[in-house]
Design a protein around this ligand. Structure first.
Ligand code: 48H
Length: 260
């Protein structure tokens, strides 16, 4: 049977529209498909929540692909290894308490297991704003990333969600929008974004977990965005904190939504 280009086109359009329509109302909307966002999505989907991740780049994985300075190996400490074990990602001991893993295996495996757990990932879609009701974030405002790149004036679409996670890394993009539009009302000690500090691996890693929390009603921060929002150190190319932060934010949201 000769291949029919129109059937191929119809298949793509219809399946994508089905996927997008199925995600117009979510339990949890995650912004950013870096390590913290992917891990958060995995744990939430495993618990039965309807979850989607919106990623502005074509590729998923955020900063994890590049390991450190594009040497594509990642380092995790003992506690972080527990998450890699859960995903059955191979780790190798380096010295006491330090393990390495292949960055490519780590990203692809976490992404694959997140998808199989039920996470819907939308790439090349940028989150440009939030949906709000009084003082509560209730969803996202999305647009194709290419719209921003081409500077086209095209109105966005919206996604409703009970909880939103800002997992956008150093840029803490979603919190930035909320701060800009809602003034000094964030749940930080100053009401504002406190800003990321220089590199201190030990404190940066422990603070990532402490700072993984709600930053505005309905909006949680995870990964590097947590330290950027609540004002702590970066940690350099050690990824345990990012993975553990993804797990922690999933636990916090489960506490909030409790679907057992
Ligand atoms: C949609 C967006 C938007 C937007 C950004 O940077 P990430 O890998 O984030 P984390 O926090 O999971 O991991 C951080 C880690 O990679 C890292 O940078 C570390 C450990 N640094 C330490 C140091 O000292 O430097 O991923 C964030 C993702 C990226 O893929 C972005 O493209 C995406 O979020 N993103 N997606 N809409 N507005 N903004």
């Amino acid at each position: 049977m000769p291949l029919d280009e129109i059937i191929i086109t119809q298949a793509i359009i219809e399946r994508f529209i089905e996927k997008l329509k199925g995600c117009l109302t979510l339990d949890v909307a995650i912004v950013g498909a870096g390590p913290s966002g992917l891990v958060a999505g995995y744990y939430l989907a495993k618990k039965g929540y309807k979850v989607a991740i919106f990623e502005k780049k074509l590729s998923i994985g955020g900063g994890m692909w590049g390991g450190g300075m594009m040497f594509n190996q990642i380092v995790v400490q003992t506690e972080g290894k527990r998450i890699l074990d859960e995903f059955k990602i191979k780790t190798m001991p380096f010295s006491k308490g330090y393990y390495t893993a292949d960055a490519i295996e780590a990203v692809t495996t976490i992404c694959s297991k997140a998808c199989r757990a039920g996470v819907n990932i939308f790439n090349a879609i940028c989150v440009e704003d939030v949906l709000i009701r009084e003082r509560h974030i209730v969803g996202l405002v999305i647009n194709w990333s290419t719209i921003e790149v081409a500077r086209l004036e095209v109105d966005p679409l919206t996604i409703r969600a009970q909880c939103v996670i800002d997992a956008t890394g150093h840029g803490t993009e979603v919190v930035k929008v909320v701060e800009k539009k809602m003034g000094e009302t964030l749940l930080t000690p100053t009401g504002k974004i406190m800003g990321e500090k220089p590199l201190w691996a030990e404190i940066g890693e422990t603070d990532t977990l402490k700072n993984t929390k709600e930053a505005y009603p309905g909006l949680f921060v995870a990964g590097m965005a947590a330290n950027a929002t609540f004002g702590s150190y970066r940690m350099g190319p050690i990824f345990g904190g990012m993975l553990l932060s993804g797990e922690r934010v999933a636990d916090l949201i489960h506490e909030r939504l409790k679907k057992d």
